[in-house]
Every structure is written in structure tokens, then in C-alpha cells.
Design a binder for this molecule. Structure first.
Ligand code: GUN
Length: 283
């Protein structure tokens, strides 16, 4: 093994501690705690676990976590009405509607209904546009967490070749935007990419966000590359990422483990985004 392990769990713990300290100052000055509303529709077990851990982390950071649970068959209009109420509530700084939503609900209609200035998930098209044009806004938590780990590991990213595998609105596209803003040369690969191994071979930075267990092979990597594995795949052998982790340890310069890499960063950045929203709204 030659690769360094990128300890996202430790980095996230440090970020959460810094957020908690700033929350304490905010509470002193504003006379209220930052408020994060989390909306869960239906009873998907994985979503319920995520929502519970977001709630716990929110409270642990000294913020107010307000959870709204709606039945799986809730009419779309009732969900939109709840979003409207949260948009208008001065005690709420951040609104997160847990995805995926039941199939009768139009996810775009819901994410677009959230006030962009309370959109701590960064999914609203206004925030996607702000990111793409270099304006201040909210950046999706997982890619921003990946960027923090990359900068902590590598320092200045300028001029590096980066390959993002996956083109989702939640991870791949915002990740590419963030890396462009850091002056990387960015390639976005996806399911139709021809000869993915040779595309990956050029990369100083590989961000894998495809949701296919161990799809990225160690022999595709450029020796010394920094590998960020966003995948969390449940397999009979347990949780595995999108990268052949054991193989990558012998080739990469640094790699995130699964679990304990990118995963813990998502919630830590969500708390950071909520605090920033509260600070902006008070000023
Ligand atoms: N489902 C999986 N990840 C996320 C996330 O970061 N935000 C929301 N709202 N839903 C998700």
C-alpha cells in the first residue's frame, strides 16, 4: 500500500466543531438558534436513517432541527403548501426536502418551490446558476465536501487534470463547476463515455459518483492520483464505493475510504450551509 487515506470522518468532525463554535456566537448575537427544517415524505428506510442523522447532527451543533414527516400518498399540493409555509417562517434558515420523493410528486416542482436563499441543499436552479456563473449561493453539500477534502489534501488545484465520473445535478455537475472554479482542466465522464479507462488515466484527480460498486479499476488510475469515491453501494459483502479501493491503495497517491470518506462530509457541509444562511439572513 502506498496511498494515503483521506480521513473524511475526522475532517467532518473538525468542521462540525467549528460550525458549533460559530453557532454559539450566532445565538449570542441574534438571540435565536439557526433553524433547519427537514421534510421526509413516506417511509423509505434509507431516507429515514439519513433524516434521523441530519436531525441529530443539527441539534448537536446547537441549531434547531425541525422535522416534518408526511405520508407517502401526500398530495403534491400539500407538500408545496408546507414548503411555502417554511419559506415564510422567519425561524427557518434552511429547508431540505429529502430525495427521492414518491413517484407521483414532481421533484423539480418541489425543489424549485424552495426559497433559493433557504436552499441549503443547493438544488434550486437559481443556486445551480449562481455556481455556474461564480455568484455567491448555496452549493450542494456532497460535492462541496469533496472539494474541501481535495484542497486539504492537495492545496492549490490549479492546472490539475480532473475527471468527474457521473453527471447528476446533485453531484457530478456541481462537482465539475467547483473544479472549473479552482482552475482544473475538467472532464465529465458518464455512461456513454467511450474508453473510460484512458480518460481516467490522464487524471490527477478522480471523483467517482456513479453508484456502481467498484466500477473504477486500479489499473485505470494514473500513479499518484487523488481519488474521491462518492459511491455508497450496499452489496452482500457490505458497503463498497464506486472504486476498487483495495487495488487503488497500491496505485493512487491518496484515496477516500467507504465508509468514512465522503459520507460524513455531506452532513457537516449541510450544517455549515445552514449556519451561513442564518448569518446572511440576520445581516
Ligand atoms: N438524498 C440523498 N442525498 C440527499 C441530499 O443531499 N439532499 C436531499 N435533499 N436528499 C438527498
Amino acid at each position: 500500500m502506498t496511498a494515503a487515506l483521506i480521513d473524511g470522518k475526522a475532517f467532518a468532525a473538525g468542521l462540525r466543531e467549528r460550525v458549533a463554535q460559530r453557532v454559539a456566537r450566532f445565538v449570542e448575537q441574534a438571540g435565536r438558534a439557526p433553524g433547519l427544517a427537514v421534510v421526509l415524505v413516506g417511509d423509505d428506510p434509507a431516507s429515514a436513517v439519513y433524516v434521523r442523522s441530519k436531525g441529530k447532527a443539527t441539534t448537536a451543533a446547537g441549531m434547531a432541527g425541525i422535522e416534518h414527516r408526511l405520508p407517502a400518498d401526500v398530495p403534491q399540493q400539500a407538500l408545496l403548501d408546507l414548503v411555502d409555509a417554511l419559506n415564510a417562517d422567519p425561524a427557518i434558515d434552511g429547508i431540505l426536502v429529502q430525495l427521492p420523493l414518491p413517484s407521483h410528486i414532481d421533484e423539480q416542482a418541489v425543489t424549485t418551490r424552495i426559497d433559493p436563499d433557504k436552499d441549503v441543499d443547493g438544488f434550486h436552479p437559481v443556486n445551480a446558476g449562481r455556481l455556474a456563473t461564480g455568484l455567491e449561493g448555496f452549493v450542494p453539500c456532497t460535492p462541496l465536501g469533496c472539494l474541501m477534502l481535495l484542497k486539504d489534501q492537495l492545496g492549490d488545484l490549479s492546472g490539475l487534470d480532473a475527471v468527474v465520473i457521473g453527471r447528476s445535478n446533485i453531484v457530478g455537475k456541481p462537482m465539475a463547476q467547483l473544479l472549473i472554479a479552482e482552475s482544473c482542466t475538467v472532464t465529465v465522464a458518464h455512461s456513454r463515455t467511450r474508453d473510460l479507462p484512458s480518460v481516467v488515466k490522464r487524471a490527477d484527480i478522480v471523483v467517482a459518483a456513479v453508484g456502481r460498486p467498484q466500477m473504477v479499476k486500479a489499473e485505470w488510475l494514473k500513479p499518484g492520483a487523488t481519488v474521491i469515491d462518492v459511491g455508497i453501494n450496499r452489496t452482500p459483502e457490505g458497503l463498497v464505493g464506486d472504486v476498487d479501493f483495495a487495488g487503488a491503495l497500491d496505485v493512487a497517491g491518496a484515496v477516500t475510504p467507504v465508509p468514512g470518506g465522503v459520507g460524513p462530509m455531506t452532513i457537516a457541509v449541510l450544517l455549515r450551509n445552514t449556519l451561513i444562511s442564518a448569518e446572511r439572513r440576520e445581516n
